[in-house]
Design a protein around this ligand. Structure first.
Ligand code: C5P
Length: 286
């Protein structure tokens, strides 16, 4: 086999809590991560060097692109003297809090393991993935999970639900490092109760899930970009029963109980923001 195609789904943080700052400079997280149906398509071919191309002018083709970096790391760690030709069909907004780059990197690791028959376990790949970024281990498994540590200690949630979300990405991007840099742990007002969220998830109790859909980074990003707060407010006005920012932002996602309200809100937002989507929770076999 010389060529494989792997889907690379985006993720949402259904909840996001920061427990403290670590001696290594990262933050201790407790976040519920959910893969969604919005996805990139990654095609990889055997080659002699690493080459990255895409349909997006915003993506770099060198090691600044996490897909390139993943390939470099894979060959370094496995000792394979080989290369790969990577093509990224980009659908996930960039710099959006949706783990687009992380997901591409995980897809490259999965694809190379397959292409070069290196037989690394998912656990081995997840370890390699953490060297690329905190969200990359989650993207190896793509199972709804509580993530702790930097994001790599993953406890899958029991059962899988198909939830529909309206996702709005404002016309600007946010650097994760800047948001964490401005986070003052003493100023956090509302935190999610992840235990209560998981209980509600098990019972498929949407109202109690919504109560815990809180992201402690949201206040920081909203103070930098007030437009995110306005998007949230409009989503709630249009009938969402929960609207929350994903990751370090700026994307906001919302849950609706009534399909007609979801559609009306979609029509409203898509006329203002090109990157507006109706997405559902992702199931790996899709
Ligand atoms: O791991 P990754 O490179 O994706 O993280 C980007 C930035 O986000 C880090 O440089 C750090 O500032 C911040 N971060 C953090 N704690 C985490 C994950 C990310 O402080 N658990």
């Amino acid at each position: 086999m010389d060529k494989v195609t792997i889907w690379a789904p985006a993720k949402l943080n259904l909840t996001l809590d920061v427990k403290g700052k670590r001696p290594d400079g990262y933050h201790e997280l407790e976040t519920i991560m959910q893969a969604i149906s919005l996805k990139d398509k990654i095609t990889i071919d055997k080659a002699n060097t690493i080459i990255v191309n895409s349909n997006s002018s915003q993506l770099s083709n060198d090691a600044n692109n996490l897909a390139y970096y993943a390939a470099e790391l894979f060959f370094q760690k496995t000792g394979k003297k080989a290369g790969v030709n990577i093509y990224i069909e980009k659908n996930i907004p960039i710099g959006a809090g949706l783990a687009g780059g992380s997901s591409n990197a995980a897809a490259v690791l999965l694809g190379l393991n397959h292409l070069y028959q290196t037989k690394l376990s998912l656990k081995d790949l997840a370890e390699l993935a953490l060297e690329i970024g905190s969200d990359v281990p989650f993207c190896i498994f793509n199972r709804t999970a509580l993530a702790r540590g930097r994001g790599e200690i993953l406890s899958p949630l029991p059962g899988g639900h198909t939830l529909k979300f309206l996702l709005v990405k404002p016309n600007f991007s946010v650097a994760t490092k800047d948001v964490f840099g401005q986070l003052d742990l003493d100023k956090i007002k509302r935190r999610p109760n992840n235990e209560a969220f998981i209980k509600a998830w098990q019972d498929m109790d949407l109202d109690n899930m919504a109560l815990e859909m809180i992201n402690v980074l949201e206040a920081v990003t909203v103070s930098l970009y007030p437009e995110i707060g306005l998007i949230k407010q409009k989503l709630l006005e249009l009938g969402a029963f929960s609207a929350v920012m994903s990751g370090s932002g700026p994307s906001v996602f919302a849950l609706f109980k009534e399909v007609n309200k979801l559609k009306t809100a979609y029509d409203y937002f898509v006329s203002n923001y090109d990157e507006t989507y109706i997405v559902s929770s992702y199931i790996r076999s899709e």
